[in-house]
Design a protein around this ligand. Structure first.
Ligand code: ZN
Length: 274
């Protein structure tokens, strides 16, 4: 099965079901509320995928139109286009011609072993989520898929937290993406399942390694309480659309959270200097 396609397909066609479930209170409120304005500080979309429906030129045009800087990511690893240093170098060299940040979005734990450290150091950032859980038999459970089954939500949360912990402590990344996303069958239990100890743990892990927190436009995560607590802990944030089309640089939830949580320029992630 083509993993790249299925992930894209999910995001383009199925995500609204999950987003509606996950973010119902926000959406209900949104219908009667005015969209929050673009923040006064410089805004970037760090989660843009180039695709047959989004060329680099189109992404840049959307960024210019919407007053948003663009950060491009691509997946490395099996079934994805970047698997060797040569492929990673070509990816970086191709994008260097454009005024974009250059990132990578690994999916599988241990991905970095395939690349030399010096070449990874040329990237502006690495963004990773914890949505592709390893199974004991070497396969993966992709919890962003709409048909994910959860038989026992507490057992699921224990396993999910273990993988979050692994990603946030052992993977060489800068941004923790899709934080607190829940699979569709349990998305309505967000407040119940993201207990204080679990939220505290994620925030402590991010703080220990200075990982930025992605505010994810597609899934409407994390929620306002998480963002406020992360802000109090001194964490930095990014906005991400996880888009492969004209949705690049188009923010609604991120701007709403920026306004509600009083995010300032100093709260936003800045890529490491070269
Ligand atoms: Zn992505």
């Amino acid at each position: 099965m083509n993993h790249t396609y299925s992930r894209r397909n999910f995001i383009q066609t199925s995500v609204m079901a999950g987003a509606v479930l996950a973010a119902k209170p926000h959406l209900v409120a949104a219908t009667s509320a005015v969209a929050a304005p673009k923040p006064a500080f410089p805004v970037a979309d760090y989660h843009v995928h180039l695709s047959p429906t989004l060329s680099i030129e189109q992404a840049l045009n959307l960024g210019t139109e919407r007053g948003v800087q663009i950060g491009i990511v691509e997946h490395p690893g099996p079934s994805y286009p970047i698997n060797t240093d040569a492929e990673l170098k070509q990816y970086i060299d191709n994008l260097r011609k454009y005024p974009v940040r250059i990132g990578l979005q690994p999916v599988y734990a241990g991905w970095s072993k395939a690349f030399s450290k010096s070449l990874l150091g040329e990237l502006d950032y690495v963004l990773m989520d914890a949505l592709t859980l390893p199974n004991p038999d070497g396969t993966w459970l992709a919890i962003w898929q709409i048909d994910t089954h959860v038989d026992d939500e507490e057992a699921f949360m224990t396993r999910y937290m273990q993988f979050i912990e692994q990603v946030m402590t052992t993977e060489p990344i800068d941004i923790f993406a899709w934080p607190t996303f829940l699979p569709v069958p349990i998305a309505r239990q967000y407040k119940q399942l993201w207990t204080r100890p679990r939220v505290d743990r994620i925030i402590d892990l991010a703080k220990a390694r200075k990982l930025a927190i992605e505010i994810n436009e597609v899934a409407h995560v994390p929620d306002e309480n998480f963002i406020l607590q992360a802000k109090r802990a001194g964490l930095k944030f990014t906005f991400g659309t996880d888009s492969r089309n004209q949705n690049a640089a188009h923010f609604y939830y991120c701007y709403q959270m920026a306004q509600k949580c009083g995010l300032r320029e100093a709260d936003m992630f800045v890529p490491k200097k070269k």
